[in-house]
Ligand binder design. Structure first.
Ligand code: NOJ
Length: 746
């Protein structure tokens, strides 16, 4: 197959190209490994940052010497092709490169941030967005993205919640798998496919107090039942690669965590792709205080099963010596290099490492896909007196106020290295286009940025509001306030925005707030001062047209929150799938310190798990989201009330559109396992479906549930469903009240 090359001899460019196809890849890997020197194998394990569209001499030499397996952050197709040429034509064995890039929620065309996409509860939206992103990135020569981020995020202070798919392991599993499918297509070697990377393995989202990179402490049972689940699902969906987390987890940073990477991921799950470190996270093992030097760090990471080092040079500088000194088994290096080669074969890079942008077809219309995603990602949080949708026929004038009405860059959100703000259509532009000359529009930004405290523009805003028939307020967080290393301790509206809301309210006109943000915000002070709130996350390139359609009723919102919105930041972490505790609060046991004149004896009656100043309920529950119509759930039924392990039942309810508009409702199934060998959450999402209903129309929503769907890691971390009694709810949020029960018998 390959040009016959003696161990250390260099025969540049003579390697016969290997043909791929899925069959025979393992033989080809073995054959190739047989020809590689230790240095070349270690070379596959090294990734180098390029980043400035220039190939430095040291990089060219390293490529020719077979000392680089992957590059990242180069998106000029000509430069990427030249890098591939150096690797393929001028190195001894001609092994092509993986070209990595953070393609998180779009490439040129930007989809809503992943947190907003998760609010669509629509795997199709997530899959299509990733397909568009993959094709656009592939045209630049990128063949590997560092997405999806499938960290469970239960702390809105954490800036990377923006990049997450929310708080729930089931939702994140379904949507994360859809994103993997979107990036990778049916076949990794297809024209618009790129390798995906599930990250960050594992527990990164549990950073103490939401400070990015902070320590995480997750007990094994919770790790298995919550944090590992989306990764297991991604592996089942065929994700090509995984990335370790930056964080220290129970004393052993993830990048050195042999128990998680080698034992669970490889041993238990049989993952056959490769594991990459996060950016320089191998050398950071020294900073963590786990190892004294880079050699120790390389040793720990390689033994843990981290196949490739992103950006640092601990592997390049130390691995060969560690093997030669007998400290690292050469088999570890063979396995790591083999895992990386496997993905290169699957990507078809040995057949053709080069990119011809004209040969990467458009899978879908990028702008339409982005608009549909933004439409489905918006969540209607409140809508007093059905103020939305606005009736353009009854509007003569409209005030468009706030720092995010016309902010093409900020509506794209975090992680948009390649996103083009020039493609953005802002809400202001879209509303002007939609309303034409029929309605007079006055635009007042009022604040220079969302953080601004300069209120000198408020008078203008208030007079615009007073002169208008309705006010649209565009508020939230500018893009820079969320994302990596952008955590916040106060998750209210930044700057003077809350004061802006208060003053605009005094103009006495209907006020609608559209909130663009990278995280759940504490909005208690906004709810009372506006008539409606539409939460859009950062909605991406086509956010404007989507918002305009929603505000003026050309579409009805159907998004549902993928994370709980607290009343106050002090409630965090607050998530729906909490444990019951031994002293669960009820409305009867809760006495609030701001209730009228609570005596000290009254305050002491509520010996249950709540905050005196916040109660125990969130502002908006996980799964919450209104529509322009109303829905009624009734007649919940189980197809059987008793079943044996290994069997299924169906849980159904009648869902009726009781309002006057056609709309989509996301019906949700929650289950509680009343007694377990370990305590179980008060509710767990077990299924959801999107139902389109015309006014007055009813449909039966049905969820099939196998006892395997009720399995969990129990007291000894064995995975099984346990006999006993279960409650089940079907409804439009995690606060659904329509309940039934069934029992699993031995
Ligand atoms: C660090 C981030 O944690 C990771 O998610 C990202 O993929 C890498 N940097 C590369 O940019």
């Amino acid at each position: 197959m390959y040009g016959a090359v003696a161990n250390d001899a260099v025969t540049v460019g003579s390697a016969e190209r290997v043909q791929t196809g899925t069959a025979g890849i393992e033989e080809r890997i073995a054959e190739l490994l047989g020809q590689m020197t230790l240095a070349e194998k270690v070379g596959q394990m090294c990734q180098v940052n390029v980043g400035d569209s220039y190939i430095h001499d040291y990089l060219a030499e390293a490529l020719k010497a077979g000392r680089v397996g992957s590059v990242l952050n180069e998106v000029s197709v000509d430069v990427v092709n030249e890098l591939q040429r150096l690797a393929v034509e001028e190195s001894r064995l001609g092994i092509p490169l993986l070209v990595g890039r953070d393609v998180i929620h779009g490439f040129r065309t930007v989809m809503p941030i992943p947190f907003a996409q998760a609010a669509s509860w629509n795997p199709g939206v997530v899959r299509d967005g990733a397909r568009v992103a993959a094709a656009e990135a592939r045209r630049s020569g990128v063949n590997w993205t560092f997405a999806p981020m499938i960290d469970i995020a239960r702390d809105p202070r954490w800036g990377r919640i923006a990049e997450s798919l929310g708080e729930d392991p089931y939702l994140a599993s379904v949507l994360g798998s859809a994103m993997v499918e979107g990036f990778q297509g049916d076949n990794l070697s297809g024209p618009g496919a790129i390798a995906a990377c599930g990250k960050h393995f594992v527990g990164y989202g549990a950073a103490e107090s939401g400070r990015d990179y902070a320590t995480t402490n997750v007990p094994e049972n919770e790790m298995r039942n919550v944090y590992l689940r989306p990764f297991g699902a991604a592996v089942d969906a065929g994700v090509a690669t995984l990335m370790t987390s930056f964080s220290d987890i129970d004393g052993v940073p993830a990048t050195a965590n042999r128990r998680l990477v080698r034992d669970v991921l490889r041993g238990e799950w049989g993952f056959d792709g490769f594991v990459v470190s996060d950016w320089d996270s191998i050398r950071q093992l020294c900073i963590h205080g786990l190892t004294a030097d880079d050699e120790g760090a390389a040793f720990e990471a390689a033994r843990a099963g981290v196949d490739m080092e992103m950006h640092g040079d601990a592997y390049a500088n130390h691995l060969e010596r560690l093997v030669e000194a007998g400290r690292i088994d050469p088999g570890i290096i063979d396995t790591a290099a083999g895992n990386i080669l496997r993905i290169k074969f699957r990507l078809g890079l040995f057949d053709n490492p080069y990119t011809d942008p004209d040969n990467v077809p458009n899978p879908l219309d990028a702008a339409n896909t982005a608009k549909q995603a933004a439409l489905e990602s918006a969540v209607l949080l409140t809508n007093e007196h059905d103020v939305l949708p606005l009736d353009r026929g009854r509007l003569a004038s409209l005030a468009v106020v706030g720092p995010l009405a016309d902010a093409p860059r900020d509506q794209l959100g975090t992680w948009i290295f390649d996103g083009d703000p020039n493609l953005s259509i802002t809400p202001l532009a879209a509303i002007e286009t939609l309303l034409g000359d029929d309605v007079s529009i006055r635009h007042v930004p009022a604040l220079a940025t969302t953080r601004s405290r300069d209120v000198s523009g408020f008078d203008d805003a208030v007079s615009a509001a007073a002169a208008a028939d309705a006010v649209l307020l565009f508020l939230g967080e500018e893009a820079i306030l969320s994302g990596e290393a952008h955590s916040r301790a106060d998750i209210g509206l930044p700057g003077a925005q809350a004061e802006l809301v208060r003053q605009v309210r005094e103009a006495g006109k209907p006020v609608v707030a559209v909130i663009m943000a990278g995280r759940p915000l504490t909005l208690a002070n906004v709810v009372d001062n506006v008539d409606a709130i539409l939460f859009t996350g950062h909605p991406g390139t086509m956010g404007g047209p989507a918002i305009a359609d929603l505000v003026f009723g050309r579409a009805s919102p159907a998004g549902k929150l993928p994370a709980t919105f607290p009343r106050m930041v002090g409630q965090v972490p607050i998530y729906y799938a909490q444990k019951n505790t031994g002293k669960p609060p009820t409305p009867e046991t809760v006495v609030m310190i701001d209730d009228i004149d609570p005596g000290a004896d009254q305050l002491s009656t509520g010996l249950t798990a709540y905050h005196l100043d916040a109660g125990y309920t969130p502002l908006f529950a996980f799964g919450h989201g209104l529509s322009y119509t109303s829905f009624c759930y009734e007649n919940i039924r189980c197809s059987r009330t008793e079943l044996r392990l290994g069997n299924s039942l169906t849980i159904s309810a009648e869902l009726t559109n009781t309002g006057e508009r056609a709309a989509v409702e996301v019906a949700q199934l929650y289950v509680r396992d009343l007694v377990g060998s370990v305590t179980r959450p008060v509710r767990e999402l077990k299924g959801f479906c999107r139902v389109h209903l015309e006014p007055g129309e009813s449909k039966t929503v049905e969820f099939a549930l196998h006892t395997d769907d009720l399995a969990f890691y129990g007291r000894d971390n064995g995975y099984a469903a346990e006999p006993g009694e279960f409650y089940a709810w079907i409804g439009g949020s995690s606060a659904a009240e329509l309940m039934t029960a069934f029992r699993i018998v031995e």
